[in-house]
Write a protein that binds this ligand. Structure first.
Ligand code: GDP
Ligand code: ZN
Length: 515
């Protein structure tokens, strides 16, 4: 990619729009004409005497106060201008930022004035693309900028920041350098074998093992990265009245990092969000499903059993959602499909089967779990299953032999008391263990690799594994160099040193001619 290609000056509103108006919004310009373009529209307030465009000579990193005018000379906003001249800027080009009033009207007018004065509207991600093309960030750092902007949790933001700080970039760089050095050494022996000292194979093998170790460490973060981006869905299932809603409430209350708490009154599923090791976890309280004969009886039963949340009652093909409003004792009803609640369990990352210690395992529990597992099998997914034995305070004893005789196998069984929160910590610990979150360091920033980087790391690893066996099997040097070159290429795709325009435009979501 030719860095000299950016002769245009781009401009965009870089603060968010669409929400409630903010006090301040920012327009950023980057490119060789950023200063003259701003000079056309901006007039500093300190200096009353009329100037023309070419005269605006900003001092880098010194804020100026003034007004922006449109092409007819009408003042359209009062602004602070922040000039950041090349190379001391985000893109390493001349950058000028205009701090305008934050309403969409002001921002759009000032932006239009800049465009009329010669700037081109920037594509999403284009400032970061230029930062990459001009060597300010490598590709993996640039990807972390996007990750930081879209981070939905503190942990995701921390991981992105660690990536921008460059820990992963320097690892990749160092691995690539080692590949190149090794390649040079071997290639020299391809050409002048008899004049060179023999290769120290032990040293080379050591190096390869160390690099494989680094690769494995990096690859380990991929799973966490996925979890940070998409979070975990945990379905709490069980027959009515075992304490599913109480469990959800107890859990989301004990957790200090609650992100949202949406109590769906028109849905068949109640959600709460908690955070487990920084991973956003959505708890889905699926309303119990019970099969009885008489619809009227069903409604009475359900309302009697559980008025704390919407309840699903299967009837003739459709189901009803009944919600008792405790303020005025009215019942609201809506219809929806019977499968919804089970579909939630089908797609969940973890299923928590809730039972009551007071009653032990019942036929109804068997029926419910059979149906859930049949659904999962049919859709080809099987998520870990945790058995929660709730209401341990009501149990005659604390031995639950039926866990082993109920005919199902669980990844873990956890005794809880949802009314006082006992067992919630253990439940969280079980999830941490089952989902492999215990490899994540608590606190402290640690970068993570995204899907694209992960693929290239796997490619690198495969090349090293082949290289290792080529050395062990005493294969000709040509075999070694093929794999070393492959590894260096894959690493270069991560840093961006070896990357096609096509991949680049995918990453920055640009069309080809914008590069
Ligand atoms: P759900 O139908 O499965 O959602 O059950 P709920 O959460 O609505 O609970 C049903 C009833 O059991 C409520 O009266 C709860 O207060 C009670 N309950 C829930 N968990 C416990 C528990 O651990 N011990 C005791 N004693 N009662 C509980
Ligand atoms: Zn409930």
């Amino acid at each position: 990619v030719d860095p000299a290609v950016n002769t245009s000056t781009i401009a965009a509103i870089v603060t968010s729009l669409g929400g409630p108006a903010a006090a301040v919004g920012i327009i950023r310009l980057s490119g060789p004409s950023a200063v003259p373009i701003v000079g056309c529209v901006f007039r500093p307030k300190v200096n009353k005497k009329k100037r023309n465009a070419s005269e605006w000579r900003p001092k880098s990193h010194v804020i100026e106060y003034g007004v922006v005018s449109d092409s007819q000379g009408n003042v359209i906003d009062e602004v602070l201008v922040v000039p950041m001249l090349a190379p001391k800027s985000y893109t390493r080009e001349d950058v000028v930022e205009l701090q305008c009033h934050g309403t969409e009207v002001c921002l759009q007018r000032v932006l239009r004035a800049c465009l009329e004065a010669g700037a081109r509207l920037a594509e999403p991600g284009e400032f970061t693309l230029r930062a990459f093309l001009n060597g300010r960030l490598d590709l993996s750092q640039a990807e972390n900028v996007e990750k930081l902007i879209s981070a939905k949790s503190v942990a995701a933001a921390d991981a992105a920041l660690a990536g921008i700080e460059g820990g992963f970039s320097s690892l990749v760089k160092s691995l690539r350098t080692q590949c190149m050095e090794l390649l040079t050494e071997i290639e020299a022996r391809l050409d002048f074998d008899d004049e060179m000292p023999p290769l120290d194979l032990n040293l080379i093998m050591d190096k390869i093992y160390r690099m494989l170790h680094d690769l494995d460490n990096a690859l380990e973060t991929a799973n966490y990265d996925k979890l940070l981006q998409s979070g975990l869905q945990i379905a709490i299932i069980g027959r009515p009245n075992v304490g599913k809603s109480s469990l959800l409430n107890a859990w989301s209350k004990t957790d200090r990092a609650i992100v949202t708490n949406i109590a769906g009154t028109t849905r068949d599923v109640v959600e709460a969000s908690v955070s487990v090791r920084g991973v956003p976890v959505t708890l889905l309280d699926t309303a119990g499903i019970r099969e009885t004969d008489d619809v009227v009886e069903k409604i009475v039963k359900v309302l009697g059993e559980c008025s704390c949340h919407p309840m699903m009652v299967p009837d003739y093909g459709t189901s009803a959602l009944y919600f008792l409003n405790p303020i005025n004792d009215t019942v609201s009803l809506s219809l929806f499909r019977v499968e919804r609640s089970e579909a939630v369990a089908k797609n969940a990352d973890v299923v928590i089967m809730t039972t009551s210690a007071a009653e032990g395992w019942t036929l109804e529990d068997t029926k419910l779990l059979e149906r859930i597992q049949r659904n999962q099998t049919a859709s080809g997914c099987s998520s870990p299953l945790i058995l929660v034995i709730n209401k341990i305070d009501c149990a005659p004893s604390d031995s639950y032999e039926w866990v082993n005789t109920c005919g199902f196998s669980f990844n873990k069984h956890i005794p809880t008391c949802a009314v006082n929160g006992r067992g919630i910590q253990e439940l969280e610990a079980a999830i941490i263990e089952i989902m492999g979150l215990n490899t994540i360091p608590v606190g402290g920033r640690r970068w993570t690799v995204n899907q694209r980087q992960c693929e290239q790391l796997i490619r690198t690893k495969k090349a090293f594994v082949r290289l290792k066996s080529s050395i062990q099997e005493d294969m000709p040097f040509d075999f070694w160099t093929i794999d070393l070159r492959e590894a260096a290429l894959a690493l270069g795709q991560i840093s961006g040193e070896d990357i096609s325009e096509e991949i680049l435009s995918n990453i920055f979501e640009l069309t080809k001619d914008e590069l």
